[in-house]
Structures are given as C-alpha cells and as structure tokens.
Design a protein around this ligand. Structure first.
Ligand code: ITT
Length: 197
C-alpha cells in the first residue's frame, strides 16, 4: 500500500485528514509514528511558508512523499491575530484552553459579533513537486465556549449559518464545512488528477 507521511503531531488534524483519504488505497502516517523527530521551527510569515517548512523537513528526513497543514484563526477585531501564531498565542507550550482564554480576554472590550475565519494551507511535497490548496471557514467567536469534540479554538467558534460550535459537531460534520476539509478535498482532487493517488 502507498504511504504518505502527514507532517503533523496534531492528532486532531490527523483524524480529520485521514477521513478525507479513507476511500483511497493509501496509508497516512503522522509524526507520532516515528521517534526522535527534531523540533520543526515554524518561522514562516504565512501559512503556506510554514506548511512548506514542515513538509520539507520531513521529506529530507525520510525521502517519502509528504502532506502538511498549516492553519490558524484570524480575528477581524484583532487585526488578523492570532494568525500564524495560533498554536502558541498564549506562549510556548500553552494549552488550547490558555489560547481560548487569551482570545476571549482580548475581545472583551469589542462589540459583538467577533467576526473571524479559520484558514488552512494543505500541501503535498515529493522532493520536486509542490502542490497547494487553501481552505477558509468564516464565523464568529463566542465567549462562552461549548462542546468537547475537535481541538484548538473549536469550542469558541460558531461557523456562519450554524447555531453550534465546531466542538459540538462530529468530525464528519466539521470536515464538510471546515477550512481543512475544503483544503484537503481540493488537494486530494489535484493528486487524483496527477495520478499520484
Ligand atoms: P502541527 O504543526 O504539528 O501540524 P499544530 O497544532 O502546531 O500542529 P499549526 O502550527 O498549524 O499546527 O497551528 C494551528 C493552530 O491553529 C492549532 O494548534 C489551533 O490552535 C488552531 N487551529 C487550526 N485549525 C483549527 C481547527 O480546525 N480548529 C480549531 N483550532 C484550529
């Protein structure tokens, strides 16, 4: 069976993306399947740059085709923050809860609705060919988080047109509308067109 290494240590992303590739004869490995992976410094200024940094480090280590995701939350009233630093908004080694509390606190003097969007850059790299797809999901931030599915900012994000948070949706429901679902379905279709899948 063909293998693709997903250059992520985020099991929430792995669960979502694995479902998108589940009808294909391909095994998706993640960084949790390997030991002694060096820390990857994500110092790019854009989601695309960071997605490529992760993919290139892992391709250079294993010499096998890689997919990666760099993603984040962009809040209008905070001038696009936390953006590319979404994972470490409240500091290195912070928890998802720390990040959510920091967002809610930063928004406390702003009027509702707190418009925001999630962005995901999905990337494939095989050493010479680089293929990219972007997905976005618009919605708003709420101060009373709800739900326990998903990860990250899901409990405080209600997508436009919905009355529940991403953390109250199943993985399938979230994938249907999410930035990552959109980006990886598009990437998957490009891989099929190029006969890589
Ligand atoms: P990898 O780099 O190992 O893939 P990561 O979690 O560090 O995992 P990123 O650097 O791409 O990933 O940071 C993305 C952060 O943005 C993530 O940790 C969440 O805080 C947030 N985020 C991205 N997509 C999200 C989603 O679908 N739901 C909730 N939060 C999300």
């Amino acid at each position: 069976m063909k293998e693709l290494i997903f250059a992520t240590g985020n099991l929430g992303k792995l669960k979502e993306v694995s479902k998108i590739f589940s009808n294909h004869d391909i095994k998706i490995l993640s960084l949790k399947d390997f030991e002694d992976i060096p820390e990857i410094i994500e110092d790019g200024l854009t989601f695309e740059e960071n997605a490529f940094i992760k993919a290139e480090v892992i391709f250079n280590l294993f010499g096998k085709p890689v997919i990666s995701d760099d993603s984040g939350l962009s809040i209008e009233q905070l001038n696009g923050e936390p953006g590319v630093i979404s994972a470490r908004y409240a500091g290195e080694n912070c928890t998802y809860e720390d990040n959510n509390n920091k967002v809610i606190n930063a928004l406390k003097d702003f009027p509702e609705p707190h418009k925001a969007k999630f962005v995901s850059c999905a990337l494939y790299f095989n050493g010479n060919e680089k293929i990219i797809s972007i997905g976005e999901l618009n919605g708003e931030i709420i101060k009373n988080g709800s739900g326990s599915n998903g990860f990250g900012y899901d409990p405080i994000f209600i997508p436009d047109g919905f009355t529940k948070t991403l953390a109250e949706m199943t993985t399938e429901e979230k994938n249907e509308i999410s930035h990552r679902g959109i980006a990886f379905r598009s990437l998957r279709n490009k891989l099929i067109e190029r006969k890589i899948l």
